[in-house]
Design a protein around this ligand. Structure first.
Ligand code: ADP
Ligand code: MG
Length: 248
């Protein structure tokens, strides 16, 4: 767990950020739908994993479970050392707030809060004093190249800048894992490249990333691609790091 310094030491340390053991998720709306049907996956700390699969294959269901937004019907999901399914709602909310960073396609920034306040917000869960929260938020804004936009409201920022604010916010609690569902889906090519480069940079600094994308060139930035089909892992493709787009 995040007991060692910032938890941002480069590379994997043999620890596990997230693990799923024989996870099933069944939705019952009339006929039961087995959205996940026995998925087992280890996500090592510091790793960069992409998830691909056709629409309806269970990608969002998987992300919601890892993101502690939902609990499995069977099997176990362990995030930051804790089994999500066994927690009370309040504990699960706390785990989500501290151990998971979300980057949504639609950014989900608070419209009336400026960039700095948006990034600082998730720390409210943690009883950190205001000046420390703001200093940490400022540091992260600088790391995503927005040190000079701290006072801007979301509607005063470009799409790419908003996505960078969302990324800074996702990282502010130094979570066990950062989840991104189609993070570049709304962005033009240049802005997408910027965000993917930032992912590479944070990955290089030790952040654990789990990214859903239906685009091969986005998924290929990861260390491996998990291919989902009909709620199961069809195959795991290991990438050797010499794919197009990664630094040569
Ligand atoms: P993906 O993100 O890969 O497109 P999802 O995880 O959203 O797939 O969905 C997997 C399957 O579960 C689909 O058949 C979908 O219709 C079903 N499903 C997803 N969420 C719900 C829900 N809240 N209630 C009922 N069925 C759902
Ligand atoms: Mg989906």
């Amino acid at each position: 767990m995040a007991t060692s310094g910032t938890g941002n030491e480069p590379g994997t340390d043999g620890g596990t950020a997230v693990s799923l053991s024989n996870v099933r998720k069944t939705y019952r709306v009339g006929e039961p739908v087995h959205a996940l049907d026995g998925v087992s996956l280890e996500v090592p700390r510091g790793s960069y994993t992409a998830i691909m699969g056709p629409s309806g294959s269970g990608k969002s269901t998987l992300m919601n479970l890892v993101g502690c937004l939902d609990t499995p019907t069977a099997g176990e999901v362990v995030v930051g050392g804790r089994a999500v399914g066994s927690l009370e709602d309040r504990e699960r909310t706390h785990l989500r707030g501290t151990e998971v960073g979300f980057v949504f396609q639609t950014f989900n920034l608070m419209p009336r809060l400026n960039a700095l306040e948006n990034v600082a917000l998730p720390q409210l869960f943690r009883g950190i004093d205001r000046s420390t929260r703001r200093a940490r938020a400022r540091d992260l804004l600088e790391r995503v190249g927005l040190g000079d936009r701290a006072d801007h409201l979301p509607n005063e920022l470009s799409g790419g800048q908003r996505q960078r604010v969302a990324l800074a916010r996702a990282l502010v609690n130094d979570p066990a894992i950062v989840l991104a569902d189609e993070p570049s889906g709304n962005l033009d090519t240049d802005t997408e490249a910027e965000i993917l480069n930032l992912f590479d940079e944070f990955h290089g600094a030790g952040t654990t990333l789990l990214v859903v994308s239906h685009e091969r060139h986005v998924a290929e930035r990861a260390d491996r691609i998990v291919h989902l089909l009909d709620g199961t892992i069809e195959r795991i493709e290991e990438l050797d790091g010499t794919n197009p787009g990664s630094e040569q």
